[in-house]
Design a protein around this ligand. Structure first.
Ligand code: GDP
Length: 403
């Protein structure tokens, strides 16, 4: 397996994962926390900036702009980078899985394929470890969430966005985000969010939504509802600090002021971070394990260990479909056999009828022949009785022609 370099990172301020112990049992604290986050979107949409903003550290080194050359890869690449980060004594091993190249080509039709393959191969690796005799040290490389960056066009989702989400939603917790939302007005964001949600619903795409559970206290329910209201999150990323009213804030500076990353009135960054890190990291991992991975495992078993047919959410639906196809094939074969049988019977009947008629004709002919012979014999018998010649030769003899 490929070794991922791990770097130790110092945080510059509040992130929120020190709240992790409140999310789970003490046992997990001992084991340490880990989270595998995938980021997908066209290059330049601010993926690395957002990851650095989310974890308040430069997980991603500053990018060097590369001029596209003939050597530029023609396929989507999958790159992972891990960082051990610590906040208030709580450690988190974060792995970011980047997908450079996605959506950057003239033909992006199959851009989703290598990403789906990477997610499934991580499931396969987990499955393989589970099946080992010694299952003590299972390494969980599965992707626990996927931030999907939507370009801030203000229109609706692009076919590429829909195709990607449609292909991936049964394999990963999809979290769509509107990239660089500071380039849109509040009104544009509102309309854009509605169109995105309409497109998602029309295409039956299931994105990750935090659940409200029976027994949740009023405060939790209220917090979850506030997160749900902001989906899809309109985000702004920046690790740059500016001074606003005597306070240092992270944001993006415009001639008319600073758009603050950590201000809930300016964008949805805080709510995204809250869901991803503070309150729902464990739920994302649980959903990955109990629903997405389990579904994949079942399909894998049903396919006899072979490749799982992508995009089919329900393995039983696939079986039903196969059963129906088989039944239709059998019915068609039966119908064809019936037709062939009827045709053969008709042919045989026609043949029998023909031989019957031939037989009758022969019989009639023989009868007529016998009748002729009988008449002839009768005539001869009469002639003999009357002393007349019975043949032309006798006639000639009698008339003295023959001496
Ligand atoms: P990536 O290729 O998707 O990883 O994008 P980067 O994070 O490298 O960002 C590309 C460019 O967009 C950089 O110049 C960033 O400063 C800028 N950028 C990143 N996030 C935002 C944002 O939220 N708003 C705006 N206006 N620009 C951003």
């Amino acid at each position: 397996m490929m070794q991922i370099p791990v770097v130790k990172k110092q945080l510059n301020g509040y992130v929120g994962f020190s709240n992790l112990p409140n999310q789970v049992h003490r046992k997990s604290i001992k084991k340490g926390f880990f989270f595998n986050l995938m980021v997908v979107g066209e290059s330049g949409l601010g993926k690395s900036t957002l990851v650095n903003t989310l974890f308040n550290t430069s997980i991603y080194p500053a990018k060097v702009e590369v001029e596209p050359t003939v050597d530029t890869p023609k396929t989507v690449d999958i790159q992972a980078i891990s960082a051990d980060i610590e906040e208030s004594g709580v450690k988190l091993k974060l792995t970011v899985i980047d997908t450079p190249g996605f959506g950057d080509f003239v033909n992006n039709e199959d851009s989703w394929r290598p990403i789906l393959a990477a997610i499934e191969s991580r499931f396969d690796s987990y499955l393989e470890q589970e099946n080992r005799v010694n299952r003590k040290r299972i390494v969980d490389n599965r992707v626990h969430a996927c931030l999907y960056f939507i370009a801030p066009t203000g229109h609706s989702l692009k076919p590429l966005d829909i195709e990607f989400m449609r292909r991936l939603h049964q394999r990963v917790n999809l979290i769509p985000v509107i990239a660089k939302s500071d380039t849109l007005t509040d009104e544009e964001i509102k309309l854009f969010k509605q169109r995105i949600l309409d497109d998602i619903a029309a295409n039956k795409i299931e994105i990750y939504k935090p659940q409200i559970y029976e027994g949740d206290d009023a405060e939790t329910i209220d917090e979850t509802k506030k997160i749900l209201e902001r989906i899809p999150f309109a985000i702004v990323g920046s690790t740059q600090e500016y001074e606003v009213n005597g306070k240092k804030v992270r944001g993006r500076k415009y001639p008319w002021g600073v758009i603050e990353v950590d201000n809930e009135d300016h964008c949805d960054f805080v709510k995204l971070r809250q869901m991803l890190i503070r309150t729902h990291m464990e739920e994302l991992k649980e959903h990955t394990n109990q629903v997405l991975y389990e579904q994949y495992r079942t399909q894998k078993i049903l396919s006899g260990g072979g490749p799982v047919i992508d995009g089919n959410p329900d393995p039983f639906a696939k079986l039903d479909e196969e059963k129906r196809a088989h039944e239709a094939k059998m019915a068609k074969m039966e119908q064809e056999m019936k037709l062939v049988f009827q045709q053969k019977v008709a042919e045989k009947e026609a043949k029998l009828k023909q031989s019957e008629e031939e037989l009758y004709a022969k019989h009639r002919e023989m009868k007529e022949q016998l009748e002729r012979q009988r008449v002839e014999l009768e005539a001869r018998r009469k002639a003999i009785a009357e002393g007349r010649p019975t043949s032309p030769e006798q006639k000639k003899k009698k008339s003295g022609l023959f001496k």
